[in-house]
Design a protein around this ligand. Structure first.
Ligand SMILES: [Zn+2]
Length: 74
């Protein structure tokens, strides 16, 4: 069972968090919010990390923010 199932997104307050693997970025494990597209590295949305959108995150790491290149783990 995932620990993010009952966790609300710290960015938008909704329950759209999913655990994903970024196929475009070394298959890195991240938590992504379906509602507001905020992203956190690792398996839990850090409440202290500044909110970063998937598109910004992808651009800053040199890959495209393509939702089809994400593997959903839960
Ligand atoms: Zn959100």
């Amino acid at each position: 069972m995932s620990q993010i199932n009952n966790t609300k997104c710290p960015a938008c307050g909704q329950g759209g968090l999913i655990l994903v693997r970024l196929l475009e970025f070394d298959s890195k494990i991240c938590v992504l919010c379906r509602e507001c597209e905020a992203i956190w590295e690792g398996t839990f949305p850090s409440p202290v990390q500044p909110i970063i959108r998937f598109e910004t995150y992808a651009a800053s790491h040199g890959f495209e923010a393509d939702w089809h290149r994400i593997e959903e783990l839960i």
